[in-house]
Ligand binder design. Structure first.
Ligand code: ZN
Length: 398
């Protein structure tokens, strides 16, 4: 399964904005007495805003700030910059916000604000929440805060958000006692197929994380995130995404053999087919089919708006594109076969890999040794620790 979104803008803006609040509070108001005197907005903006959008924080005198009992709810100001695009409307309406709605999460926000040396790297979170609506983000913040409360901690960590993000988007971790080794292998090679093609191709969204932890219905997941805000998708990009989607099957075929391919995640296939079809019948991206739109609304079930001949031509074209993408996926996986086998070994033991670690191992295979050694060391330590625990347990029961 692949999680990726093209609606990058929404949460990117949101989290940027959140990021800004944290800095803002530090600069403007170290005593935590709310947002007054925000005249030095420019300073704040220049400090940490990769986004071109200027979302300013209202001063308290303005009506559109909402406060709760605990005084931590923030809303967005009217947009002031007329050059802002329409997206920002959508953003403000859909998020426009009440995300710290319970006391628990207000506490968290307070903690975040109060912390002088706050250094939360939101960038990974920003990327990985692409396309989410406000409610999702609210859930994520709540989950993160629950976790902190549960651990009795005061400091919020990126890992809290990471945990919350995966729980909200994919369901809680499934503790399956014994997943058969073979099942784990199938999942690992499935995800590594996606990941490799996402990494190698020029325009495909890069890998953020690979996981073979079971969540909800998913056996594993490869997170990919766009490099930047995307308003347009090129033909090249779409074709590469299709190749990423098909790569799991290519990987199975190469590593397990033609007879051993599995039913896998048929959703990957569906998405690949949908993208190709849209390219052909909607976006006019095929030269032979030309610029005509061959719409297939449900209204047309009886009367197709184009001939049977055309329908055949479209089907044939779709197959051509899919076959070509599949072939490309196979070639690239073949080229990295040895690395993938070793990385799969690591993934199976660790259950997850960061996108950076994965890229490092693919780009510099000589580093795989180091990763293997690290995991061996860690496993040995864990073994030692569990032996110690067993010893102390047995001695205390004697
Ligand atoms: Zn998949």
């Amino acid at each position: 399964e692949i999680l990726s979104c093209s609606g990058y803008t929404l949460s990117y803006k949101f989290l940027n904005w959140l990021d800004k609040q944290l800095i803002l509070e530090k600069i403007v108001n170290p005593t935590n007495s709310k947002y007054e005197n925000i005249d030095n907005k420019d300073e704040v903006d220049s400090k940490n805003t990769p986004s071109k959008d200027t979302i300013s924080v209202p001063s308290q005198s303005q009506n559109n700030i909402k406060t709760t009992k605990s005084n931590t709810i923030l809303t967005l100001d009217e947009k002031k910059d007329e050059e802002e695009d329409d997206d920002s409307n959508y953003y403000e309406n859909s998020i426009g916000i009440k995300f710290y709605s319970n006391d628990l999460s207000s506490n968290i926000l307070n903690t975040m604000f109060k912390k002088q040396n706050l250094e939360i790297n939101l960038s990974s979170l920003i990327k990985r929440t692409s396309g989410l609506v406000g409610a999702d983000i609210e859930n994520i913040v709540n989950e993160a805060s629950l976790r902190i409360a549960k651990d009795n901690r005061e400091v919020i960590e990126p890992a809290d958000f990471e945990y919350a993000l995966e729980k909200v988007l994919m369901g809680p971790e499934k503790k399956v006692k014994k997943i058969q080794e073979k099942e784990k292998q199938i999942t690992a090679y499935h995800e590594l197929g996606h990941a490799l093609l996402a990494h190698i191709q020029e325009e495909a969204d890069p890998v953020e994380k690979i996981s073979i932890v079971r969540r909800g219905r998913a056996l594993g997941v490869t997170w990919t995130t766009p490099k930047e805000d995307k308003y347009h998708q090129t033909k090249k990009y779409l074709l590469e995404e299709v190749t990423v989607l098909l790569a799991w099957r290519a990987s199975e075929e190469i590593f397990f053999g033609k007879e051993e391919i599995t039913s896998g995640a048929s959703n990957d296939f569906e998405r690949a087919n949908t993208i190709i079809r849209s390219m052909l019948v909607q976006y006019g991206m095929d030269e032979d089919l030309g610029l005509a739109v061959y719409k297939e609304d449900q209204d047309y079930t009886l009367f197709k708006p184009y001939s049977e001949e055309k329908a055949e031509q479209i089907d044939k074209k779709i197959k051509e594109y899919l076959d070509k993408a599949y072939k490309k996926a196979k070639e690239i996986i073949q080229d990295h076969k040895d690395e993938i086998v070793r990385i799969a070994g690591i993934l199976i033991r660790k259950e997850y890999l960061s996108g950076d670690d994965f890229s490092e191992m693919i780009d510099h295979p000589e580093t795989i040794d180091t990763f293997e050694e690290a995991i061996e060391k860690k496993e040995k330590e864990e073994e030692k620790n569990s032996q110690k625990e067993e010893k102390s347990e047995s001695s205390s029961t004697e």
